[in-house]
Design a protein around this ligand. Structure first.
Ligand code: C5P
Length: 233
């Protein structure tokens, strides 16, 4: 049987990364974090001094960016077993910065940026056997994915998780919950209202709400779905 493509979409802080990583490990599949690719383009714009309002210039940057993922053999952090490489350089820590996240949601609204990255994502997943997480994986990147999950959680719980994650990584020691929540709301609104590939659940996605559940519990629910669908097939 051809290995499956699993799409996991949803808003910021819903737990997609941890769930997608664990799921990929349990299925023996490759994990791909498409958000890191938009973050890498945002970082490249900052490094190059390009104004994010210059859509054509940012799209050209995206087309020229060499973005790759590499397993991190030194990582003792179960949450970050992969390095993100931008033009051969390890930018894993830089792309997690909050200002890069904000800029990622600005540059990701540029159609030329999306077409460049979607083409790369489709090439990465062409053979199947991938769990890819993002905002438009089930709607645009892999509309024929065998399983699509739309993972959500309440805005309060998402902000609490995001603050803990930033603290654990030592990224912003003094950010307040209100600040994280305000940035999250701003990013969600921008992602959900952009004209190209807005954040929306695919009509055939299974919607899962992760409030009060551990990532391992969400993964168990998804694996139960995989088993049920395979039995039906
Ligand atoms: O998932 P993450 O929070 O790392 O994504 C950063 C930003 O990249 C999102 O806020 C969103 O604007 C953009 N993104 C996207 N499409 C994807 C993945 C991420 O537009 N498939």
């Amino acid at each position: 049987m051809r290995p499956w493509t699993v799409a996991i979409d949803g808003p910021a802080g819903a737990g997609k990364s941890t769930v997608a990583r664990l799921l990929a490990r349990r299925m023996g599949y490759l994990y791909i974090d498409s958000g890191a690719m938009y973050r890498a383009v945002a970082l490249k714009a900052i490094q190059s001094g390009i104004d994010p309002a210059e859509a054509d210039a940012v799209a050209a940057l995206a087309r020229g960016a060499r973005i790759a993922f590499r397993p991190d053999p030194d990582s003792e952090d179960d949450e970050a077993p992969q390095c993100v490489l931008l033009d051969g350089e390890d930018v894993s820590a830089e792309v997690r910065r909050p200002e890069v996240a904000q800029l990622a949601s600005v540059v990701s609204a540029i159609p030329g940026v999306r077409s460049a990255l979607v083409a790369q994502q489709q090439a990465m997943g062409a053979q199947g056997g991938v769990v890819m997480e993002g905002r438009d994986i089930g709607t645009v990147v892999f509309p024929n994915a065998e399983l699509k999950v739309y993972l959500t959680a309440s805005p309060e719980e998402r902000a609490v998780r995001r603050l803990k994650e930033l603290e654990a990584r030592g990224i912003v020691g003094d950010a307040s919950l209100e600040q994280v929540r305000a940035e999250q709301d701003e990013r969600d609104a921008r992602d959900a209202t952009r004209p190209v590939s807005p954040l929306v659940a695919a009509s055939d996605a299974v919607q899962l709400e992760s409030d009060g559940l551990t990532p391992a519990e969400v993964v168990d629910d998804i694996l139960a779905l995989v088993d049920a669908r395979r039995r039906e097939a």
